[in-house]
Design a protein around this ligand. Sequence first.
Ligand code: PGA
Length: 250
Amino acid sequence: MGRPRVVFVDDPDELGRVGADLAVETITRDPASWVVVATGRTPMGLYAELASRRRAGLIHTDQITAVQLDEYLGLGAGDRRSLLGWMRRSFLEPLEIPDDRVMTLPLDGDLVRGCSAFDEAIEDRGGLDLAILGLGENGHLGFNEPPSDDEARTRKVQLSPVTIEANARYWGAASDVPSEAVTVGLHSLLAARRIVLVVSGEAKHEIVREVVDGPVGPAVPASYLQEAEGDVTVVVDRAAWGSDRVPRAT
Ligand code: PGA
């Protein structure tokens, strides 16, 4: 346990390369890694970088299992807002990961039972190897909205107004964003052997500093990264951090 390592980068391009270096290291060491894959704008460069390294033969993704991080509830088949659809276009297809190596969240039936089976499957397998995560403006990881603590399990959640507003840019208006979702819980995420949190842009300036240096607690769910057992790296660009760099930066 220790403070997350903070890696400062200039811009989203470098963020993608540095994030990909960390992911490649894990996948090379353990080709059958279970990898949690966030959607959102920030990790897109990282995924494009992985795809280009794969095309160049620098990594092999033919044994990894991709684990869905979160999904809206109440969408019909083929709805453009589906986060699985986004994950497919940005990660699964470019890396040629077939459906039988994708662990998707339960979206219907008994969600309580489905979600606990999801957590059990991760636990039975020995936990997650890698979690590639983005940061919400309210400090969420996945859809673990504040308040969420480090014991939070995979579950159905109500999205906060801040998240709905932030995601409106992807789907049109705030009224287009579903209000309910399912998310992998902090408990499973924080136990991942490696966590890469990618943070970009001015809108994340205050929250990323709270995550790294602020008090740990449910008001800022990502602050629990400070107490995670695994290898945690926050890759943050200049627009998010600001121009002053702290001495303990690596
Ligand atoms: P973003 O989303 O990468 O699109 O900013 C991050 C998040 O809300 O988790």
